[in-house]
Design a protein around this ligand. Structure first.
Ligand SMILES: C[S@@+](CC[C@H](N)C(=O)[O-])C[C@H]1O[C@@H](n2cnc3c(N)ncnc32)[C@H](O)[C@@H]1O
Ligand SMILES: [Zn+2]
Length: 160
């Protein structure tokens, strides 16, 4: 519990070159499972605008879905959280707490380890993944999305 008005103490994190893509977010100390890591900060924008902004810059997206009405654009007034890369076996998950986006440790994260999220991207496009995880799906899309199910079916047919 953190008393009302007092500041929550968050673990140390830093941004550095990533083996996955460009720069990534790293643990500056051991982070135990279940601990809040960092808030994903940025400009709150209507969802439609988020889609347009991410298309303007096809290469990189810093748009995070807050709810069905709003996204958060980490490239505007954002923090280190915007550098978190995707992994199909992410070690942190995203929780929306009182309309704020938080990264939570899914398992214990070692000091110096890259902090990764399963982006679970939605929509009508596939986004290739190079996370290198043993169970990499090949795409950063949501495993439960219709598009991913089609990919899985095609892959199963090829292997049959
Ligand atoms: C929020 S940025 C992450 C920070 C980024 N690495 C940087 O240097 O600014 C998200 C973008 O990073 C890239 N990315 C992150 N994880 C990836 C992955 N597993 N495979 C391929 N590209 C990835 C994609 O271009 C994605 O749009
Ligand atoms: Zn992957």
């Amino acid at each position: 519990m953190v008393a009302k008005g007092s500041k929550r103490v968050l673990p140390k994190v830093f941004v550095d070159r990533s083996a996955i893509h460009g720069e990534g977010l790293f643990a500056g100390e051991r982070i135990r499972k279940g601990r809040r890591i960092i808030e994903y900060k940025g400009e709150k924008i209507p969802s439609g605008e988020g889609t347009t902004r991410s298309r303007d810059d096809e290469e990189l997206t810093y748009i995070f879905t807050l709810n069905d009405k709003y996204d958060v654009d980490g490239s505007m007034n954002g923090n280190e959280a915007r550098f978190a890369n995707h992994s199909c076996d992410g070690n942190a998950w995203v929780d929306i707490i009182r309309n704020r986006i938080w990264f939570i440790a899914e398992r214990s994260i070692a000091e110096g380890e890259e902090i990764t999220i399963d982006y679970r991207l939605q929509g009508d496009e596939l986004y290739e993944c190079v996370c290198g995880a043993e169970q990499c799906r090949g795409y950063m899309n949501d495993a439960d999305d219709e598009l991913m199910k089609k990919v899985e079916t095609r892959r199963d047919k090829r292997l049959a």
